[in-house]
Design a binder for this molecule. Sequence first.
Ligand code: THU
Length: 139
Amino acid sequence: MSTKVEYELVEAAIDARNCALAQFSKFCVGAALEAEDGTVYTGCNIESAAYELTMCAERVTIWKALSEGARRFKRLAVVADTERLTPPCGACRQIIWEFCGDIPVTLANLRGETETLQMADLLPRPFDAQFLEETGNAG
Ligand code: THU
């Protein structure tokens, strides 16, 4: 674990994970997102009996932060109870990139193991607003 802020963010994600509604997969995930002003937003995965309506911890967290007015973010932590650290799924990578940009994402497990990756490495060659703009396809 490299910095105190990183550690605190992982702790917040671990707490959020305890609220996971993962009754179908039993795979509980927590996330914590630090906004530019230092506010930390948290979320957990929420599963639906109509499985495809399930929402990942990362997106729950981002929707919470955006809906409370936050717009600029510094870092994200994602925690699951896996030996191999759990990375964000493809849909979450898209949303993290679009709304948080090239932030560091700390993956962590319950044994205190962590790895921090940049979003640009997790989502190379993104499709985003800038791409639409640059290709003359922005409304
Ligand atoms: N899940 C997350 O919340 N985040 C991830 O990064 C990976 C997957 C959730 C979705 C679903 O509730 C469960 O984990 C199994 O896929």
